[in-house]
Design a protein around this ligand. Sequence first.
Ligand code: GCV
Length: 691
Amino acid sequence: MTIPDRTGADTTEVHEAWLPPEAFRAIGSRRVLVRGEGPLVETVREEVAGACARYGGAHGGDQHAHAGPYDLVLALTTAEPLPGVAAEVLAELRRLPDPTIGEQGFALARRDGVTVALADDPAGLLYGLFQVVRLGEAAFRAGRPVERHRPAMLRRMLDHWDNVDVHPVMGQVERGYAGGSIFWRDGAARGDLARVRAYARLLAACGVNAVAVNNVNVHATEAHLLTDRLGDVAAIADELRPYGIRVHLSVNFAAPVVLGGLPTADPLDEGVRAWWAAATAKVYATIPDFGGYVVKADSEGQPGPFAYGRSHADGANALAGALAPYGGVVHWRAFVYDHRQDWRDRSTDRARAAHDHFAPLDGRFGDNVILQVKHGPMDFQVREPVSPVIAAMPATRLAAELQVTQEYTGQQRHVCYLAPMWREVLGFRPWGPDGPAVADVVGGGGGLVGVSNAGDDPYWTGHPLAQANLYAFGRLAWAPGLDPAAILDEWIDLTFAPTATGEAEPLRRTLHAMMDDSWRTYERYTAPLGVGFMVRPGHHYGPDVDGYEYTPWGTYHFADRDGVGVDRTRATGTGFTGQYPPPWAEVYESLDRCPDELLLFFHHVPYGHVLHSGLTVVQHIYDSHFAGVEQVERLRRRWADAADAVPPALHARVAGLLDEQLRCALEWRDQINAYFFRKSGVPDARGRRIP
Ligand code: GCV
């Protein structure tokens, strides 16, 4: 695919990611019927028509109808017979295990030489099409019993931290590692939005159906997207709509003041509410399927209701009231903490902040407020416990927020496949083994939100292998129980198998060897045992053990000559463990029962403390850092095996990044090991060189 580049003067070859034309070969070489009406059905029809034109198949269901018989039927549920589909198959598709297929879902079967995907709504048909794409030839081989596919979360959303203007410190995409924004350039929407359409297509193919198009830190220009620059948002919405994606907008809580010229943004003020109502009415007059607002309030300098002595429920409800008549929602972020704390004050614990602020407000948020909670209590570290807020607000719609962009996990210069971490988070059971999982809590409420890792880089994500994280985010939001390795297989097969020169299996083995365990590898050579934040302040890349230790951000490890870790127990520490329900309140409180990987998140222990693994803390630090670097060396060597299986330019890009990953991992290893050796004076039991 070629599209205009950033200057608009030239064209860039853009990688097709998981939708190369060849991924449609199985469909495109067959006789296909698309039956139904509506814009998303038209998208399905166009996809099928394009594939058939390329691969010699035939399609029906419009004025150029192919008369049948058909190999594939994609249809909205209908009382009419479908050509070539036996009545009992249709009955089975419609009735089992219950009468409805369900919102956005589809039923799939193959019988008598016909593959059928049936959906109750057009979105379901679109997802049914992409499931057939994923299956490829397998969709047409043997018979298939009826399968029902329904998304676990109805809203599967990506937030872009994109600035319309280039921010002097954060650049165009805050925490973006893949070039500029695909939406914005030079202070306005890009003139050519072909890339946005291609992005929408990729997102629909992995199940994403909502996108917030601007940074939650709403700077001056971005604030105007809500009012006089709404046309830009509408233009983007037009590109996303054909793939079933609704646009959301991050708004400034103080908009009534900064845009409306009102003297206050007090959420209980009648004039303020009227301002939000009028602004929102205009939004819906311009973008009728607008999704809603995203708000970062009273957080890292953003304005919020505290300035008026109001609660976050008051703030969220004011905006929710304006959106309610149109079916819109407010994503209100729970990332509220004191970033001006005194490091000498041992009683203030950033991990406690979201629960302290929001749990008392449970039940006070409007029905169309979604409280968006970062998955951990801190800030997207490589290892954190699940946020206790998830278990504390049964009367509030909650969404979990994941960071697809790799701010703290290698900044898309390191291979770090995040699906295993997300799978753990979504599968965590806050009330113990018999209670619901995080995925159940957010699935019944606000769904899943990811901070996007995409930009205008030709590979979309800077590191080509980071595409797998974007794909996996969508798939886990659809089906949180999916196995990360199986998701990786899907991604590999779609992305590389159709174009691979030679056999796909060796490439699959290589990529699994490099990626399956890459999150844990990253953890090994960076911050140990859940301690977190040993990164360079500001840009957050590379090691700086004490970088945040004496700052106001509330991110400390408290290492001294005797030990390391944060005492968050009720008995002697900040009491954070008490924010969890049993059994975790007890598990985390107990030095004996706390899982090794989170030990230093919950406890301050001597270096000689013996872990469940049998190692002392300090020996674990040495061993894991040596092991992490060795793993990076191995995966770098492993990549050589893929040289003939992927395009040379892609191979070269990844090879260059692996060199950087190794350089950086060595730096992490040596700084962390030297730091703890110097603090503790404990030599490495295996006598390796520590600088
Ligand atoms: C958009 C972290 C990041 C910030 C980000 C913030 C947030 O602190 O470093 O860049 O701001 O999270 O989630 O709002």
